[in-house]
Ligand binder design. Structure first.
Ligand code: NAD
Ligand code: ZN
Length: 390
């Protein structure tokens, strides 16, 4: 089959690789019909994950049609149309039974490696390094889906792929980030990052009772989409000081809830050395713009909440514990427990409360995936979200 493979920093190619096959009785094989590129993929392309290997298949936002199921699979059969969550979860361990699927104890075959670094192992994830299981990803013609009775959600209506694809990751991720922010009726929420995740955060804030949403980015098209239909007031961080502006907009008190939908940010910052220099300057000398999380800690009102869906790949971050402690902030974060949100969010799509296709700006064949990565990473040609069609 054809698949998008990682070959090193800023080097992805479409290669011919062996078709996947059923390895465990709980597996299914799907033929991928639509598959998206995520900001998380950019962290891999930027070379932040040391446990990538030459030829690894990327992609964790796929949907498709079931081709084959293992002997133990009960809920799926060939021909079923499914969306596949990026998190792989067994469905029955201590964490899965508490709906904490991204903490699954049994789905990461390389748990020992992860444990050495983090103390405990997160769940396995599609196309996201050997530390997270070494599973082939979904930017490919076919995908092996472990624990097929637990993850994939069947789409039985005739909703098109465009409207349901983002259940695989970014709609649940935006929604969980808004939930984690602990929004109370009428709260002012500031959202850093108007990428695909930020856009779903903004929509979800309204679903959860926000009174006001302020969105921060520098990319005109993304700010414009955030502001569309009055969804958010916006701040362009190239033009305005974010702290000063947020204080002005909240009578000096700061937003009640702050959401970091950026995470490790290197895209567009040039070389890795430039990124490191920037990070050092921001952390040690305070001469550069502060990193998003530091800025959020500074801006958040006392007693407020900071929710972090943005992915951090570093293991030794210089975290400003002093201000966070003295302001009595609450932090919530994590990889999304996607499985928990599939049914309720599919219902919102079916009800017409949201049409997730609003973020798609580009559609390309899988063969053009390297160009799609360039567009998405460079935010060129108004690119906000790319969908690939194998
Ligand atoms: P993206 O790279 O397309 O968007 C990031 C946006 O942040 C860009 O528009 C960029 O211009 C903006 N930005 C950069 N620096 C900023 C700053 N200082 N202030 C404000 N905005 C700034 O990525 P995405 O697909 O939207 O993903 C966003 C983050 O969410 C990534 O870190 C990704 O890895 C993460 N993510 C997490 C989960 C999860 O389970 N928690 C799932 C999916 C994605
Ligand atoms: Zn993703």
């Amino acid at each position: 089959m054809r698949a998008l493979c990682w070959h090193g920093k800023n080097d992805v190619r479409v290669d011919s690789v062996p078709d996947p096959s059923i390895l465990d009785p709980t597996d299914a094989i799907i033929r991928v019909t639509a598959t998206a590129i995520c900001g998380s993929d950019l962290h891999l392309v930027d070379g932040y994950q040391p446990t990538m290997e030459n030829g690894d298949v990327l992609g964790h936002e796929p949907m498709g049609v079931v081709m084959e199921v293992g002997s133990a699979v009960k809920n799926l059969k060939p021909g079923d149309r499914v969306v596949v969550p990026f998190v792989i979860a067994c469905g029955c361990c201590y964490f899965c039974s508490r709906q904490l699927f991204s903490h699954c104890d049994d789905s990461n075959p390389n748990a020992e490696m992860a444990r050495k670094v983090m103390g405990q192992s997160p769940a396995g994830m599609f196309g996201y390094s050997h530390m997270l299981g070494g599973f082939a990803g979904g930017q490919a013609e076919y995908l092996r889906v472990p624990y097929a009775d637990v993850g994939p959600i069947k789409i039985e209506s005739d909703l098109p792929d465009d409207k349901v694809l983002f259940l695989s990751d970014i709609f649940p991720t935006g929604y969980m980030a808004a939930e984690n922010a602990g929004i109370e009726a009428g709260d002012t929420v500031a959202v850093w990052g108007c990428g695909p995740v930020g856009q779903f955060v903004i929509q979800s804030c309204w679903m959860l009772g926000a009174g006001r949403v302020i969105a921060i980015d520098r990319v005109a098209e993304r700010l414009q989409l955030a502001a569309d239909k009055g969804r958010a007031e916006t701040i362009n961080f190239d033009d305005e000081d974010v702290y000063d502006k947020l204080m002005e907009m909240t009578n000096g008190r700061g937003p009640d809830r702050c959401i970091d939908a950026v995470g490790t940010e290197a895209h567009g910052a040039g070389s890795m050395d430039a990124v490191i220099d920037k990070a050092k300057a921001a952390l040690m000398l305070g001469t550069d713009r502060p990193h998003v999380l530091r800025e959020a800690i500074r801006c958040c009102r006392k007693g407020g909440t900071i929710s972090v869906p943005g992915v951090y790949v570093g293991m030794l971050d210089n975290f400003p514990m002093g201000p966070a402690m003295n302001k009595g902030l609450t932090f919530r974060m994590g990889q999304t427990h996607v499985q928990k949100y599939l049914a309720p969010l599919l219902e919102k799509i079916q009800d017409g409360q949201i049409d997730p296709s609003f973020i798609i700006t580009h559609r390309l064949p899988l063969e053009d995936a390297p160009r799609a990565y360039d567009l998405f990473k460079g935010k060129d040609d108004g690119c906000i979200k790319v969908v690939l069609h194998p």
